[in-house]
Design a protein around this ligand. Structure first.
Ligand SMILES: [Ca+2]
Ligand SMILES: [Ca+2]
Ligand SMILES: [Ca+2]
Length: 203
């Protein structure tokens, strides 16, 4: 090392050789015995910071709904055709991190569907968000979530809500009556709201 420094100096570099022999691990800001714990902490931070399916996905494609009924909202990446890839939100590392379990093709979509028509809400009260397609006249075709693609599939209920007098882009689904089943809620431009309680639907 001294020879290398001397060679650089003769070529005009402003370098000096520093003697580090007096420096020990006791001079480190953080004792060496804490390093493994620090690494685990950093790994946990990295896991927390990861988000599933973010590559190429736009905000309009992202939904959040509890598709496995564990009480934790899951992440969905939707296609323009109404297909859904789901990432279930499961606790990890003693609850300090989230593990996203990928469920590609959780819902393949239907031939008459699209992202704009798609709603995800639990309308039968089993805590799992169901796949709903809202038509241009307010009709709702429901696909009860029995576990989704690769895990139980869906049960089709066409005309679960029959035609209403509101355009298809208005209905949303929220549990207004607190019975565990999402209700049919329409919000008008002026802010007024109209709600149809879903008490079982047309099965
Ligand atoms: Ca969940
Ligand atoms: Ca459900
Ligand atoms: Ca309800």
């Amino acid at each position: 090392m001294p020879a290398l420094v001397e060679a650089r100096r003769t070529r005009g570099s402003h370098v000096e050789l520093a003697d580090m022999s007096a420096v020990t691990t006791a001079d480190l800001a953080e004792p060496a015995r804490l390093v493994p714990q620090r690494r685990r902490h950093l790994r946990a931070q990295l896991r927390r910071s990861r988000r599933p399916g973010s590559s190429g996905a736009t905000g309009a494609a992202i939904r959040f709904a509890d598709v496995d009924g564990d009480g934790r909202d899951d992440y969905q990446r939707t296609g323009a055709d109404g297909s859904v890839h789901a990432y279930t939100n499961t606790p990890a590392d003693g609850g300090n991190a989230i593990h996203w379990m990928e469920r590609l093709d959780w819902a393949p979509g239907v031939w008459y569907g699209s992202r704009d028509k798609l709603r995800l809400a639990d309308v039968n009260g089993d805590r799992r968000a169901d796949y709903l397609v809202v038509g241009s006249t307010g009709t709702v075709h429901a696909y009860f979530n029995d576990g989704g693609g690769g895990g139980g599939g869906f049960t089709e209920h066409l005309d679960f809500v029959r035609e209403t007098d509101c355009p298809g882009d208005k209905p949303t689904f929220r549990d207004i009556s607190e019975d565990g089943r999402a209700d049919y809620v329409v919000t008008y431009d002026g802010g007024s709201m109209r709600c149809r309680l879903i008490t079982g639907g047309n099965l």
